[in-house]
Design a protein around this ligand. Structure first.
Ligand code: GLC
Ligand code: CA
Length: 562
């Protein structure tokens, strides 16, 4: 297998709006990020990925860009950015930006021009269509509202928006659009950034003729993913992008690709495909705890499904492509609350989830606050929420649809994106040390207990554990390159696997539940037990204890070198 720096790296995602506010306006900013670089260097991460920092009216907090070459007013200036980049590099770290080019903001000059007239030279930068029988051009549902089409009275046509109506989709079939995007990417790469995370990049190509979604819901709209996700054309565009831009730099690229199968991922990220280095897949976060009704149809997850999904990704990509590893990001509820425990076992559960994830094969991504065990939040009022997805849903289902408020609050508590967007908890002082002003979204009330200051001072904290995990990766190639094999596949409570590279064989054992569990080493590994050495664990382990069989405490994990 080919060695690459981005396979050996650990990435840390910063959601700048919620990370650190440097000027007291309640909104995190670039100078805030710069002021915390020493903390990130101490944690040991190699790459920072910043969620969008470009100029934006913030309908979707930066995922709606109005100028790709300017910094969002609230986040600072281009000088602030240049200093941040320089300071990141000075610490031996790298900086990756979010590339949001499936759509722009409706305030982007291209769209402003595009909507002016049917003859505008920018008309074809977006996807405009006349209506059909007095209705939308097709039945596609948008991710954030009902129809994916918005009528524009000035020219009497509809434009496509897979997300909010303030995020019109770019027309990637227009070569001029692609040119402009490549120019812009080149401009940032020449500035010295180290790569891109590419927002919904598997949706850029749309099927010819924009055919209807196969099924519709009661409101007449349906999910048209088959007509815009992972289409062959998308691969053509990415290969073109790779040839024109990416291949000229030693950078890291990761595509956000909801709905990908391992077969798709082998195309996007296959070593010989010349597209991307890796993709984010979402089966483990989209499917595990969602019923047939989708994301908001919350159901309990099962360890069996987790094993099936994670093992499929580990096996199918082995030696062909490369996995990204994540449980958290700015779109997901906190994994600790979701798959672990945010009550009495918060600390061991956070360490176990980290161990499980970082010991798989792939590049691990840490989302801000994960390393201190931040949890979901439960705001009492809908007015405390800020996310366009949550607010649109509330409007549609509760206000217009008359559905039960309490039911929807529970769903938002479980799945809402604002769970991940409450301010980073730096200390026990006011507003968790995030801002001296009024934070744009309320701080999680548990900040007095859960914060960076407390975590740094305790030798057995979650934070110190993450540092140790990251060090292990640097010291032992088996953590990066070892082959994954699931063991005890039928066990109801333990998720255990081995990683093998040459003579090295590591055993990773995780109890995913609060109930104790009994681990028994499979026969074929018994020959190796005499040399067993404990590499990391989240409880004290007596060194005389046998590896052949042992009892696991609540959420206990252990990693042995056999
Ligand atoms: C991606 C982003 C998400 C955003 C959406 C539209 O899924 O991660 O935050 O809302 O794309 O840009
Ligand atoms: Ca600020």
């Amino acid at each position: 297998m080919q060695r690459k720096w981005w396979k050996e790296a650990v990435v840390y995602q910063v959601y700048p709006r919620s990370f650190m506010d440097s000027n007291g306006d309640g909104i995190g900013d670039l100078n805030g990020v710069t002021s915390r670089l020493d903390y990130l260097a101490e944690l040991g991460v190699d790459v920072l990925w910043l969620s969008p920092i470009y100029r934006s009216p913030n309908d979707d907090f930066g995922y709606d860009v109005s100028d790709y070459r300017a910094i969002m007013d609230e986040f600072g200036t281009m000088e602030d950015f240049d200093r941040l980049l320089q300071e990141v590099h000075a610490r031996g770290m790298k900086l990756v930006l979010d590339l949001v080019v499936n759509h722009t903001s409706d305030e982007h000059p291209w769209f402003v021009e595009s909507r002016k007239s049917k003859d505008s030279p920018y008309r074809d930068y977006y996807i405009w269509r006349p209506g059909r029988d007095g209705r939308e051009p097709n039945n596609w549902r948008s991710v954030f509202t009902r129809s994916a089409w918005e009528f524009d009275a000035d020219t009497g046509e509809y434009f496509l928006h897979l997300f909010s109506k303030r995020q019109p989709d770019l027309n990637w079939h227009n070569p001029e659009v692609r040119e402009r995007v490549y120019e812009m990417m080149t401009w940032w790469l020449d500035k010295g950034i180290d790569g891109f995370r590419m927002d919904v990049i598997n949706a850029i190509a749309k099927a010819e003729g924009l055919p209807d979604a196969p099924h519709t819901d009661a409101d007449g709209y349906g999910w048209g993913g088959v007509h815009f996700l992972n289409l062959p054309k998308t691969h053509d565009y990415l290969q073109e992008m790779n040839k024109r831009v990416l291949s000229k730099y030693d950078i890291m690229t990761v595509g956000e690709t909801g709905g990908v199968t391992t077969a798709d991922a082998r195309l996007f990220a296959g070593a010989d495909r010349h597209e991307l280095n890796m993709v984010f897949q979402f089966e483990h976060v989209d499917l595990l705890d969602s019923g047939p009704g989708g994301k908001w149809d919350v159901k309990p997850w099962s360890l069996e499904d987790m094993k099936t999904i994670m093992s499929r990704w580990q096996n199918d990509l082995y030696d062909v492509a490369w996995n990204s590893l994540f449980f958290n990001n700015h779109d997901q509820p906190r994994a600790l609350s979701r798959f672990g425990n945010d009550g009495p076992y918060r600390v061991p559960a956070a360490k176990m989830l980290a161990t499980f994830l970082h010991l798989l094969q792939g590049t691990p991504f840490i989302y801000q606050g994960e390393e201190i065990g931040m949890t979901n939040v439960r705001f009492a009022q809908i007015d405390d929420y800020r996310d366009v997805e949550i607010l649109n849903l509330w409007q549609e289902r509760v206000i217009e649809g008359g559905e039960d408020q309490e039911l929807w609050m529970q769903r938002i508590y479980a799945k809402g994106r604002d769970n991940a967007r409450t301010p980073m908890q730096w200390s026990a002082s006011e507003n968790a040390g995030f801002t001296t002003g009024t934070p744009w979204i309320a701080v999680n009330p548990n900040y007095e207990e859960i914060n960076v200051e407390a975590e740094r001072s305790r030798p057995d904290s979650i934070y110190q554990y993450y540092r140790k995990l990251i060090r292990l990766r640097k010291e032992h190639p088996v953590v990066v390159y070892g082959k994954y094999d699931l063991i005890l596949s039928e066990h109801q409570q333990i998720y255990a696997y081995t990683r093998t590279l040459g003579d090295a064989c590591w055993l990773v054992v995780n109890n995913f539940f609060a109930e104790p569990a009994e681990f028994v080493l499979p026969e074929d590994l018994r020959g190796r037990v005499d040399a067993a050495q404990l590499m990391i664990a989240n409880y004290f382990v007596d060194s005389t204890e046998s590896v052949r069989q042992f009892a696991l405490r609540p959420y206990e994990c252990r990693v042995y070198s056999l």
